[in-house]
Write a protein that binds this ligand. Sequence first.
Ligand SMILES: [Zn+2]
Ligand SMILES: [Zn+2]
Length: 288
Amino acid sequence: MNTLRKHGIAYFLLALAVATGMVWYAIFIFDARHRLRLTVFDIGQGDSIFIQAENDTQVLIDGGPSSAVLGKLGSVMPFWDRSIDLIVLTHPHVDHVTGLVEVLKRYDVGMVLESDVNYSTPEYREWHTLLQQKHIPVVIARAGQKIHLSPKTELDILTPFKSFVGVSLTNVHDAMVVSKLIYASSSVMLMGDAEKPLEYQLLLSGDDLKSDILKTGHHGSKTSTMPDFVAAVSPNYAVISVGRKNRYGHPHQQTLDTLAKFGIKTFRTDLDGDAEFVSDGKRFEKVQ
Ligand SMILES: [Zn+2]
Ligand SMILES: [Zn+2]
């Protein structure tokens, strides 16, 4: 084969590869449009949830207990994308805030939503120092707020019901930022570490709790996910964010039994890894 012909074939194959790549990329983009993606990261003992709305608005709820969240973000965001539109901190415990500190150091963040609960740990102080240094707008979460992520997608804040300024709580879980993600007629209940007292308050609030997915409260502990609450949410899927062989014994068998009793397909990050779901606006489906 002469050199010219060899080069000709090489160029043809290269062009074919580029064209194939472009077609696949176009299919990928087309497929991604009109779909909302939600991933509960397998982040160890903690919580971290990434949402990409159908218009590409990105939200990160909690950051888990370590910098592991950075690798997880790299797996769901293109490498050139260094910005996140909204970060929600459900509460200041280290298994939720620590990873967010690392995220603040490396990503441009449009806005932060958190409670005004009184709490002081090195990680939480560093979080606030970075927020100030980077001039990131902070909104204090309050029941009734609706954050519009797209014309069809909103994050409804269900709790806290009141301000906690000057209040010292024995359990900061009572000041949890609980939210409901709604994309057209599909929805997800995001409980953070909410426990039964908050579940009671939500039941009494008159809010529409029905959701397709329940991200269960407090890593599946028995202090959350009471049957009346599960009945009100009535999800198809539940996700428990929990670390392998964690020292708390999470999730509790009682929680697993409750979810099983209602016939809810339940995923655990310790056993099943990242739990990824997509919605076309009508319903959520689990990505295999
Ligand atoms: Zn936690
Ligand atoms: Zn907690």
